[in-house]
Design a protein. Sequence first.
Length: 133
Amino acid sequence: MDDYAQIQQLYSRYNLSLDEKRHDDWLDCFTADGAVEGANFGRFVGREQLKQFLARYRADTHMFQMRHVVTNILLDIEGDRARGSCYVLHYRTHRGHTELIAIGRYEDQLRKVDGKWLLAERKAFWDYSGSPA
């Protein structure tokens, strides 16, 4: 599989594991020093802080079925590093009612570690805020 396809798989694995509450699989999408950042939840760096993010995420979303859908993936790959971006649509379902709760984009820094592409940093920007969300 080429690098572009591997990164597409990483993006899908990130979303599916988060939405299906397979949180160890979600953690495995990041480098050891990986980070996630957004204006509405702050910045979390490294595995222990990413676990803290997950605890907060679980508390905020436990009664919903969440769905993250990404489109328009754009990658700039240079050796074992890459920059990526994509649009994200964030849905939630509760008691048979589904709503689109956010539209935005992810901006990523990626690294290939032991032949596997991982997120070194993911920043979320939601259209309602204009800043990392």
